[in-house]
Unconditional design. Structure first.
Length: 366
């Protein structure tokens, strides 16, 4: 009897540890899921006649002149509570051209420490490349933003703002250090013959990525392919939902066993069948759990884009065509270089898949 009790306690101790580990994995996976979020920026890989940096700057200046004006101190502030003013802001299209300098040797000229980093140049709104890139001002052609690992390898510290580094014969001053997971150096390209191979576009409010990309390319006489990573938003919600289903299934099984007064080892605790408060409570809790799980499952799946729903449910050709289009977009996505924001979304998405998947398998095996 004593050995049976020890085995029983040891077995349920393992169950508790497995549940706690699964909960920790699920929590960490959901943090990654939140980081992925929804993208409002279209990434377009250009082809044909690539725009040179000077043309990209001209497009950006033309864009600014369309929306900017001269202000003086006696002018009233913009009334941001006005619906008309907010609508005007919603009609603005933001964009950023990207020059890919490849991997280059970056040097600290003081102690000649060197490291390799991916050098990238941006023309336009740098925050579209990554929100942390906003540290680099619009016309700052002598400044740069680097990641923390590059800063540690070159300067031995992340607090190196104001320090100088060189790429080839060009000298740059560090404007800021950011938490990117890749060795990256971001600059404002200065050579007019450098060409931009990507453009990032944030369209008008309510405009989809394809529409924003098409309008911008046609309006500026450019050609390009939309490199879409919205497939992440379709795949990811299913992993937290799978965990919730496995969790509710497992807890429901435990409650069912409690309801019928059965031990995990198959020994009947009480041979008499009787209806009592505990059995009724277990049954009600099981129903509530499935109801709560259904609610959160629907909430998670509601994050999937409406573009995945056909206009008519009788349109059976919609799904095969949509899947073919998504697979084509996925192949383009794998083939072309990623922006920093895309790389961060991809890493967070992979983290969510691994952690939530492992948590679901773990809780299902309990």
């Amino acid at each position: 009897m004593e050995s049976e009790k020890k085995n029983y306690c040891f077995k349920y101790l393992k169950i508790v540890m497995a549940v706690l580990l699964a909960a920790a994995l699920f929590y960490s996976g959901m943090k990654d899921y939140v980081k992925v979020g929804k993208t409002d920026t279209a990434v377009v890989e250009l082809y044909g006649d690539y725009p040179a940096v000077n043309l990209a700057k001209q497009i950006w200046e033309n864009y600014q002149s369309s929306y900017e004006a001269q202000f003086w101190s006696e002018m009233p502030d913009l009334n941001l509570e006005s619906e008309a003013v907010r609508q005007e802001f919603d009609e603005i299209t933001d964009f950023c051209f990207v020059w890919n300098g490849g991997v280059q040797v970056v040097t600290n000229p003081e102690n000649f420490r060197q490291t390799n980093a991916r050098v990238t140049g941006v023309v336009g709104m740098a925050a579209l490349y990554d929100r942390q890139a906003a540290l680099l001002e619009e016309n700052d052609e002598t400044g740069c933003v680097i990641d923390k690992d590059t800063a540690l390898e070159l300067f031995g510290s992340e607090n190196c703002a104001g320090s100088q580094l060189t790429v080839g014969e060009q000298i740059y001053e560090v404007r800021g250090v950011v938490s990117w997971n890749q060795h990256t150096m971001l600059i404002r390209p200065s050579r007019k013959n450098q060409v931009c191979t990507q453009v990032l576009i944030r369209g008008k409010k309510g405009q989809n990525l394809e529409g924003a990309a098409s309008d911008f390319l046609v309006g500026n006489g450019l050609s390009g392919i939309l490199v879409d990573d919205s497939w992440l938003e379709v795949i990811l919600p299913w992993f937290p939902v799978t965990f919730l289903v496995m969790l509710i299934r497992t807890v429901s099984r435990w409650l069912y066993e409690m309801e019928h007064e059965i031990w995990e080892n198959g020994i009947q605790r009480n041979g008499e069948k009787k209806t009592d408060f505990r059995k009724c409570s277990c049954f009600v809790i099981r129903i509530l759990l499935w109801g709560i799980g259904l609610f959160f499952g629907v909430r998670l799946l509601s994050h999937i884009s409406q573009s995945w729903l056909p206009d008519k449910w009788s349109d059976f050709s919609f799904w095969p065509a949509k899947l073919r289009k998504t697979m084509e977009a996925f192949r383009w996505y794998i083939m072309f270089p990623k922006t920093m924001a895309q790389a961060e979304r991809l890493m967070s998405g992979i983290g969510c898949i691994i952690k939530c998947g492992a948590a679901a398998l773990l809780i299902g095996a309990v």
